[in-house]
Structure formats: structure tokens, C-alpha cells
Design a protein around this ligand. Sequence first.
Ligand code: AMP
Length: 280
Amino acid sequence: MLLIKGSNEVKKAISFLKNSRKTIGFVPTMGALHNGHISLIKQSKAETDITLCSIFINPLQFNNEIDLNTYPIKIENDIEMLINEGVDLLFLPDKSEIYPENYKPIDFSFDGLDLIYEGKLRPGHFMGVANVLKIFFEIIEPNYAYFGQKDYQQTLIVRKLIELLKIPIDIKVCEIVREETGLAMSSRNVRLNETNRSNSGFLFKILNELKEDLNNISVEEAIELAKSKVALNAEASCEYLDVLNRDNLEKWEEGYIKNQSIILSAVKYGNVRLLDNILI
Ligand code: AMP
């Protein structure tokens, strides 16, 4: 695996590979890798000639300084995992490589999609995500880019970004990888204490029950029931839990529940925010 820190070196390597007609799959991450990240890498390896993974803790997408300063870093372990997976290139830039000193973030227009749910709770988060991805996309010019369904709202933002930038990148969304308990894997899960970790499957279970309940009771009742089940768990508080149109995250309406909806949720559990969703 080639480890590159400079964007010009990445551009050179990519230009060489593209001249040899290789397709490039890009997997952006913030490191502290787990099997969720690895599933994206496996899919890229299966579908493209060259897989490039980036590790960059993007300060622009953090709305909380403590979260940024305590974000888990495991670079040695990450490198070993990437080598084991047969990743071709690791792009590991410093902050100054991505954001020059006078960098002015672009204020993209996402028609309000960046201001609801995760965007409402984490002001500026999606602008930060969009800015860093624009920079990465311009350096790497991948044919495909891989994202996890776990961050579902992010996948919608990325699709809008691609449209706005008019760049021909095929966005691939990969299924959520879970712990045995049902907990969606996340780098931040290391912050769960042992008791909470062993109980952390409750959210996925509640979302599945909600999906079933939608066949029997009204959407509003089913959502309320699910929220009351979340509240039964000590240290858990529901930030949002909703049944939405999966294309635009508008509230569910009579008529499009089948095949077009998503149950989207965020629950604060101890000091960790658990994000989860299931498609209906
Ligand atoms: P992160 O390092 O948290 O920025 O995540 C990098 C990519 O991995 C994002 O596209 C995430 O949605 C994806 N990802 C994170 N956790 C999971 C998971 N449990 N299953 C599948 N993809 C995931």
C-alpha cells in the first residue's frame, strides 16, 4: 500500500493510474477503523481497479470542540487493517494540506436538507462535510465513492453535492455493519461504558419493532411507542426518531410508506450519540 500525505503526489499517482485506464474507488474516513469502514473498502475492491482510502479528522465538520479533541485515533492499527484489506493507496493529509491558512468555507445550498435532523443538532456539520469532500473529490477524481447508510442524511447531502459540482462520481451507499448486539458500529462507540455497550442493541430492536408496528397502528402512535421504549433505558434520551420520505427526509405522508420510507433516529446514550436507521 502506498501511503501519501501530499495532495500533489496523490494527483500524480491518480493521473498515472487513469492514463492506464484504471477505475478509482474512494473511501473517505476519519480513521479508528472498524468493520463498517472495512465493508466499504471490500465493496470498492470488488467494483474498482484501485481503492484509495483517506483518513482525515475534518475539523470543519465538528460542532463540538470536545468531540473533536477526543476523537479516537488509532493510526498504526488502521494502517495494518488497510494493508490486510489490500487497499492500494492511503491518503493521510495534514490539516494544512487540505485547508490553506486563508481557506474560506463554501456555503453550499442544500435546500434546507443540511438544517434538519443531524444538521439541526450539529450546526455547520454538513457544510464541513461538503467542503472537505469537494476538496477530496477534486484531488482524487474518483469514479466511485463509498459511503455508509449509517450516516444516511450524509449520503443525501453527498448526492446533492455531486449534482451541484456537476462531477461524474458514482456514489455507492453500503449497508450498516452491526455489532452482535445489533448496535451500528461507530468509531465513537469506544466511549460507551461496558454496561451500556452490552445493552446497546436496544435501539436497533426498537426500530425493527417500529417497522412492524407500522402495519398495525398509525405512524404517529408507532413513533410515540418507540420513543417511550427508548426512554425505558437508563441514560438513553431520544434526540430524534421519525418515519420519513427517504429521498428528502420530509415527514411521512399517507401513501408513500411502502418502499420509500426510512426510520431515522439519533439517541444519546450515556455520553455517546447513537445514530441508526432502517429502510422500509
Ligand atoms: P467516519 O470515519 O465515521 O467518517 O465514517 C466513514 C464512512 O464509513 C462513512 O461513509 C460512514 O457512513 C461509514 N460507516 C461508519 N460506520 C459504519 C457502519 N457501521 N456500517 C457501514 N458503514 C459505516
